[in-house]
Design a protein around this ligand. Sequence first.
Ligand SMILES: NC(=O)c1ccc[n+]([C@@H]2O[C@H](COP(=O)([O-])OP(=O)(O)OC[C@H]3O[C@@H](n4cnc5c(N)ncnc54)[C@H](O)[C@@H]3O)[C@@H](O)[C@H]2O)c1
Ligand SMILES: [Zn+2]
Length: 388
Amino acid sequence: MEIMKSFDIKTKIYFGDDALDRLSQLPYKRVLVITDPFVVRSGMIQMITYRLSDADCEFEVFDDVVPDPPIEKISIGVKKMVQYNPDAVVAVGGGSAIDSAKAIKDFASRATGRTDVALIAIPTTSGTGSEVTAFSVISDPENNKKYPLVSDSLIPTEAILDAALVKSVPPAVTADTGMDVLTHAIEAYVSINNNEFSAALAEKAIEICGVFLLRSYLDNNDTHARKKMHVASCLAGLAFNSASLGLNHGIAHAVGAKFHIPHGRANAMLLPHIIEFNSDINKHSKSRSEYLPAVKKYVNIAKLLGLSNFNTITTVRSLVNWIQFMMKEMNMPMSVSQCGVDKTEYFNSIDAMAENALNDACTKTNPRVPSKVEVVSILKDLYDEERW
Ligand SMILES: NC(=O)c1ccc[n+]([C@@H]2O[C@H](COP(=O)([O-])OP(=O)(O)OC[C@H]3O[C@@H](n4cnc5c(N)ncnc54)[C@H](O)[C@@H]3O)[C@@H](O)[C@H]2O)c1
Ligand SMILES: [Zn+2]
């Protein structure tokens, strides 16, 4: 018997050309804009502020956001928010800015008791899907840890998907964030909490990545591809908000926190290893009568990408090969050693990273329960550039 489940989308999503015009209609009077310093420096902030002025909103801008936001920056933001007392927060930036805004708003509301503050999330990368999720990933640099906070109170009230904001994303960030989208969709699809609703969202996100990720990497002016990837990022966010993620994110958080590898890049390097682990299929595997439960799902994913092959083993292999092909085409490092991480320091950290990965909230929904020895072995393989 299945236990009762539910599915909802709490965030109202505005998308398409000129979606930013929603800002001119905001019913709020006092807005705190929380943003990435890049958005201010590049002048992109004006696309936000002139519309807030149109809506007769008073606003202040807080741009003390850094990649992989640490607790210390969140506290500074909380002070600012308590002092300004806005009725809405507008978060503009990549996952780091949106996650910062989510945590700042949540901690400030605990301090003031005010729970009616709206959160409008406007992504400038096509990656995390944070604009629709209950997750906010906060770093603890002293202990080399990343904590995914998960709470319904973190879910944004509105999300605005306007691809005009992602035009300036440089190719390396397009590659990293695009592979994050793919990892979200694949992990949600094979998660033990997957359901028909999350699967539908994940399938569409995977299909879009297959057709449009490389195109948006190769040409910043391919607006059609960028618009599609912006929507895919949100679809994948909705999928994992319902089904959660898996070991890929658990290990990526641990490695990213210790060696400051961009989140999507860490995920991409891990994907081939995690697919092999979850399916128990590697390049030496032979056909058998029974496969692990995730295998059927990986085969479906390969079919969605047009990679179906003549048997189960070769189909899962072709999915792994396609991921490696995408990474090579986008000039991404394939292993930790190619990221310039010192071998001794890395190997000395494996034990602690394995512990952190096993304790990460994302790991709980992985389709195959990993032991510490298995996580250690994946971490060792992740260093090796000769492997592929
Ligand atoms: N909350 C969630 O659901 C969730 C999911 C996955 C990842 N995350 C977290 O999100 C963070 C990563 O977010 P991200 O991948 O979007 O990267 P990011 O926000 O850290 O941004 C990466 C870089 O791109 C720059 N940038 C952002 N928008 C740009 C634009 N339009 N043009 C040019 N440069 C731009 C930023 O200034 C930064 O230097 C990590 O901390 C990760 O752990 C959160
Ligand atoms: Zn991610």
